[in-house]
Design a protein around this ligand. Structure first.
Ligand code: PNW
Length: 458
């Protein structure tokens, strides 16, 4: 019995990103990305893990697509590796061929490809030329988008420009927890603007022909720890930088006035040139939302929490909110220490649909890490099933409330290189043994496949 049916044509997918799964970092003319450099710098990732081999997906992609088809999903969100496609600014047909083969393999089994252009693997030579804090990088991104669209536009129609620009800017250039490991708030705010500009420059290119385009910011529900004015102000700042900054820019073509004020000391306004906001706020076909958790924040000096940090060890990735403490909201947490809050997803979806009407939405990432183990060749992960079910109920509630949600991509198809955490965190629906590369669907994979096949929750 399907108690909660989803709309016809709802896309049920899983998601991954190139550097997290592909490996084969020296194959077929691939260049070097900032994540290669970062992961190979001692002390940057847990245990020194790198994506050199990762899930060997570059070699095993056919097996992986067959497994997806087996589960019964209808969509797959993957990312293109910029340094495979445009090493040193030249087009590399061998790199494009890999994605042609991958897309063909997906289409042959009836899975719709959703391709992300930027999931954090900036070519190292562009970083050496200034990286995202340099405006020119946005124009180089548009060149890359054009090459990708020319080569793949006959088979890929759904494009995501940038994945989680907050992370790329503020963990990459602010706290230094992500590549390229820079700790400079002034650089980070410039990077944020240029990532959005890159999106805006690429969007019309990707929309030509049959293309549809969106971006995928990571949004959080945000609550003040109390009604104290300091806590309300902390929530305003964090909600401003995490959510409204990206939503307003992408969907209204402006930055929120209060966030502009918060970022003024970092020279943010100097990065904005006439015409930029029109480019950034140009037409898109959908918005992708990556949702994991809620932030509960306090601006009181003695709040029961730590001073604003990323989940890792760097400086603050919150310019204008360095004094804010992230406190525990009292909910159960996943292996990342992130609180589980499906109601926050409902809150985000209804808010986005109300404040930015008329844009179709996808959940482009949602999922949970748990320390899954194989026991007698099986992997039971009831906590992940509960996480997914809770969040899918929230999606269903939102659709009932009129939210135009068109699809849901679970993060992740399989366990993979979890950035600064290396292979120490497992987000997959499919378990990966990194010694043998054996894939084993966890119970959540079977469960999710059933939901996809029935187009609803029972
Ligand atoms: C996202 N944070 O990363 C990414 O899009 C994925 O590649 C990643 O594997 C997944 O979520 C799980 O982490 C994030 O510190 C990394 O707020 C860090 C944060 C958020 C998202």
């Amino acid at each position: 019995m399907i108690a909660r049916g989803f709309p016809e044509g709802f896309v049920w997918g899983t998601a991954t990103a190139a550097y997290q799964i592909e490996g084969s970092v020296n194959a077929d003319g691939r260049g070097v990305s900032i994540w290669d450099t970062f992961a190979h710098t001692p002390g940057r990732t847990l245990l020194g893990d790198t994506g050199d081999v990762a899930n060997d997906h570059y070699v095993r992609f056919r097996e992986d697509v067959a497994l997806m088809a087996d589960l019964g999903v209808t969509g797959y969100r993957f990312s293109l590796s910029w340094p495979r496609i445009r090493p040193n600014g030249r087009t590399n047909e061998q790199g494009l061929d890999f994605y042609r083969r991958l897309a063909d393999e997906l289409l042959a089994v009836g899975i719709t490809p959703f391709a992300t252009l930027y999931h954090w693997d900036l070519p190292q030579e562009l970083e050496d030329a200034g990286g995202w804090p340099a405006r020119d990088t946005a124009y180089r991104f548009a060149d890359y988008a054009s090459v990708a669209h020319d080569a793949l536009g006959d088979r890929v129609h759904d494009w995501i420009t940038v994945n989680e620009p907050w992370c790329a800017a503020f963990l990459g250039y602010g706290s230094g927890d992500h590549a390229p490991g820079v700790r400079d708030s002034r650089a980070a705010v410039r990077a944020a603007h240029h990532l959005l500009l890159a999106h805006g420059l690429a969007a019309p290119i990707l929309r030509s022909g049959e293309g549809r385009v969106g971006a995928a910011p990571n949004l959080y529900a945000v609550s003040p720890a109390s009604d104290a004015p300091e806590d309300l102000d902390a929530a305003r700042r964090v909600d401003g930088l995490q959510n409204r900054f990206f939503l307003d820019a992408l969907l209204k073509g402006s930055y929120p006035v209060d966030v502009l004020e918060d970022l003024e000391p970092f020279g943010f306004d100097e990065a904005i040139q006439p015409g930029d906001m029109g480019v950034i706020g140009g037409p898109i076909d959908f918005l992708g939302i990556n949702y994991y958790s809620r932030h509960t924040v306090s601006g009181l000096p003695d709040a029961d929490g730590h001073v604003a940090t990323s989940p890792f060890a760097g400086a603050s990735p919150w310019p204008g909110a360095e004094h804010v403490a992230f406190v525990h909201g009292g909910r159960p947490v996943t292996d990342m220490g992130w609180e589980i809050d499906p109601e926050g997803l409902h809150e985000i979806l209804t808010r986005v649909a109300k404040e930015y009407p008329a844009v179709p939405l996808y959940i482009t990432e949602n999922g949970a890490a748990y320390p899954d183990e194989l026991v007698d060749g099986e992997c039971a992960d009831p906590e992940r099933v509960a996480y997914l079910e809770g969040h899918l109920r929230a999606c269903h509630d939102a659709i009932s409330d009129g939210v135009p949600l068109k699809g849901y991509f679970a993060w992740s198809f399989m366990d993979n290189f979890e950035w600064g955490w290396g292979y120490g965190k497992r987000f997959g629906l499919v378990h990966v043994d990194y010694d043998t590369q054996v894939r084993t669907p966890k119970s959540s994979a079977r469960w999710f496949g059933d939901v996809a096949r029935h187009n609803g929750l029972s």
